[in-house]
Ligand binder design. Structure first.
Ligand SMILES: *Cc1c(COP(=O)(O)O)cnc(C)c1O
Length: 398
């Protein structure tokens, strides 16, 4: 039986380009970039080259604006902490975010609330979008930071980041975006998008795990989470993960260069998959269909449990997710689906399928058949479904 991997929002397979780009930095150019001798300096040269290339791929003005981190979570933590500290020094302790951010953002904000900050969580509309007007209305003289994700990891909706950035800039408020699901999947340009702080993670665009970037616009002062040596201009101690950084840089350039080809191709497959799954009765797609990542398909099906759906799909060779990889294993429904107004009983029946540039039409058609079969099978065994069909319970999704 073949395996169809449709969980690319959780992580991706590394590209051959990225793997090949890493290899020399494990056995040939293995020096410590901080060493003064030639072996170390060769590593430092590669690091400088990577920083320049990442800056270019993001549309940053200067390579000094790029800080390498251990991934998206660390970049989110550092971005938000830095902005909060900057705000506190100026007597500004109000932060604006949304209810459907990644936990790396939400849990950092929760901690800051315990430390005396106030956070406004904007309501996300049913279509999975927030508006620049909502942001503008929430800004007060005490606001130091707005942090809103570029694209949602569960339902794939893409926020009006450029317009939100413009609102923040006008108000003199720092703007951070968790762009982990966006970079390498849609065009992102930190200058054109009015972004002050941006987080990305290599393993979401076919790069290695455990490496990411925090972009901080010139003039935005970072405070460090990790104390130690003077790496990354003293803002992130620890010997640089050079193989990871070189792999990430290659994967980023590859993904960005291929966007004109991959975006329409993936969007067409996404729409084919959505159309196929929409034939299942009492199911509904989550999130806006237009402002949506090219590879994201998210559904709720009434009368079933997402977890059972995943296990049976896995038996058929389809790797999917019920939402966020971070919440799986817990019985709580996804905070993202609750944020867009799905009731608990419906949010439990969620399915996320995330495609990549290698997904084929045959894969999509196989997935459609598998999901149809499994949903029917589960509903036939479900007491909730029986009650719904008998009219003892009301359908939420018509
Ligand atoms: C995966 C993800 C993260 C975390 O990135 P890691 O590199 O795994 O720490 C943060 N935000 C979003 C939106 C993600 O999808």
């Amino acid at each position: 039986m073949r395996t169809i991997y449709a969980d690319n929002a959780a992580t991706t397979r590394m590209s051959q380009t990225a793997i090949q780009a890493m290899l020399p930095y494990m056995d040939q150019i293995y020096g410590n970039p901080s060493s003064l001798h030639s072996v170390g300096q060769a590593a430092m040269e590669a690091l400088t080259d990577a920083r320049n290339r990442v800056a270019k791929a993001l549309g940053a003005a200067n390579a000094r604006e790029i800080t390498f981190t251990s991934g998206g979570s660390e970049a989110d933590n550092q971005a938000i902490r830095s902005a909060a500290l900057w705000g506190k020094r100026k007597g500004k302790t109000h932060i604006i975010s949304t209810a459907f951010e990644h936990h790396a953002v939400l849990h950092t904000l929760k901690k800051l609330e315990k430390e005396g900050f106030t956070v406004s969580y904007l309501d996300v509309h049913e279509n999975g979008l927030v508006t620049p007007e909502q942001v503008e209305a929430a800004i007060t003289p005490e606001t130091c930071l707005v942090t809103i994700m570029y694209a949602n990891n569960e339902i794939g909706t893409i926020q009006p980041i450029r317009e939100i950035g413009a609102v923040c800039r006008k108000a003199g408020v720092l703007f951070h975006t968790d762009a982990v699901q966006a970079v390498g999947h849609i065009p992102v340009n930190v200058q054109e998008d009015n972004i002050d702080l941006l987080s990305l993670s290599a393993h979401k665009f076919h790069g290695p795990k455990g490496v990411g970037v925090l972009y901080a616009k010139r003039g935005v002062i970072l405070s460090n989470l990790i104390e130690g040596g003077a790496q990354e201009r003293g803002k992130r101690a620890g010997t640089e993960n050079l193989p990871g950084i070189m792999g990430m840089t290659a994967a980023l350039e590859e993904a960005v260069a291929e966007l004109p080809e991959t975006m329409p191709k993936m969007a067409a497959l996404r729409d084919r998959l959505i159309a196929g799954l929409a034939e299942i009765p009492h199911g509904a797609v989550n999130g806006d269909l237009e402002h949506r990542l090219p590879g994201n398909v998210s559904f709720c099906f009434e009368g079933i449990e997402g977890e059972s759906l995943l296990l049976l799909l896995d038996d058929k060779g389809v790797c999917a997710s019920s939402g966020s990889a971070c919440t799986s294993g817990s019985l709580d429904p996804s905070h993202v689906l609750l944020a867009i107004g799905r009731p608990h009983e419906v949010a439990h029946g969620s399915l996320r399928l995330t495609l990549d540039r290698d997904t084929t039409e045959e894969d999509v058609d196989y997935i459609i058949r598998a999901v149809k079969d499994v949903v029917e099978q589960l509903r036939n065994m479900s007491p909730v479904w029986r009650d719904l069909m008998a009219g003892k319970r009301q359908f939420v999704i018509e």
